[in-house]
Write a protein that binds this ligand. Structure first.
Ligand code: CUA
Length: 318
């Protein structure tokens, strides 16, 4: 099973997974004990008082109340609480007050309703969205910010949930043992499209990661043939450029995701839909059907030719 808490692929997630398994097994044991007692009482029949049927019932069963009503729950919950504290301590999360001493985090992820802005802080500085590439087998620091409300960053196979809180920056360190695509999801309710605020971490071997970074840091390669040339004009002249950036063109707005290399991403709309020709066209004209209330409007005033050109252009942005 993939993309699941119980199948960790990084050090942070291993701690969380161990705790989850321990708590799961403890509670299975509690449930088994309760059902065993219940079964025992049912087999003994229903006559007399409840406590009479229990073994060890001096004082009308007070001992049972104390042992299993107070002591046992206290031990179980205290154990889970201490376990959680140990895991919290082991998983590297830092508040803003540590920043001065630490180096600038490698990546800054900013939560927006409802997508993820992903900024690489250097040496080559660039911005992308919803798909975070990291080198496999080495820890990467990520700073978490919010542009609006509280979101929560969670790649179940790599680390525990960490909130993105307006005005308070958190930093986490994540690591993926092996190359692969690790899917994640906003884990804090943040409005109507919270469920479609998805993201992915793509862990790559060193060579592939370096190649990806180089490609992403470059401006877009502008189209040389029709209909993509017309598509670029449509992008710059119609409303696209009032919200999006494509580096190397006149579109420099930052309301929506940076689309400089959008064709290189596997999914669109915060990973709500596949990044295919048909879905891209559908997203442009019917975003409000696919993801109601998102900032992306229905661009249904485009002519068929304009849409064809626009999609052709965006598909060139590898
Ligand atoms: Cu962002 Cu839920």
């Amino acid at each position: 099973m993939t993309d699941w808490l119980g199948d960790p692929s990084g050090p942070g997630a291993r701690w969380t997974a161990s705790l989850a398994w321990v708590i799961f097994l403890v509670f299975l044991a509690v449930i088994a004990a309760v059902w065993a007692l219940l079964g025992y009482l049912m087999l003994r029949g229903r006559r007399g008082s409840f406590a009479e049927h229990l073994p060890w019932n001096e004082g009308g069963g007070k001992g049972w109340v104390i042992a299993f009503g107070l002591v046992a729950p206290a031990v179980v919950f205290l154990g889970c609480f201490i376990g959680s504290l140990v895991v919290m301590d082991a998983v590297p999360i830092e508040g803003a007050h540590h920043h001065d001493m630490a180096m600038k985090p490698e990546i800054t992820v900013t939560g927006h309703q409802w997508w993820w802005e992903v900024r690489y802080n250097g040496p080559d500085v660039f911005t992308t969205a919803n798909e975070i590439h990291i080198p496999a087998g080495r820890p990467v620091t990520i700073e978490l910010k919010s542009n609006d409300v509280i979101h929560s960053f969670w790649i179940p196979e790599l680390h525990g949930k960490v909130d993105l809180i307006p005005g308070r920056d958190n930093t986490i360190t994540i690591e993926a043992d092996v190359p692969g695509r690790y899917e994640g999801q906003c884990a804090e309710y943040c409005g109507e499209q919270h469920a479609l605020m998805r993201m992915a971490v793509v862990a790559q071997d060193d060579a592939a990661y370096k190649a990806w970074r180089y490609k992403e840091s470059q401006p877009a390669i502008l189209p040389q043939s029709e209909p993509a040339i017309t598509g670029l004009e449509v992008f710059e002249m119609k409303s696209c450029s009032t919200c999006h950036t494509i580096r190397g063109t006149r579109a420099l707005a930052t309301v929506g995701p940076d689309l400089t290399h959008v064709a290189g991403r596997a999914q669109l709309a915060a990973n709500a839909i596949p990044n295919s020709h048909a879905y891209l066209a559908a997203w442009i004209v019917r975003a409000q059907t696919l993801k109601p209330d998102s900032e992306m409007p229905n661009l249904d005033q485009l002519t068929g030719d304009e849409l064809t050109a626009l999609v052709a252009f965006l598909r060139t942005l590898q």
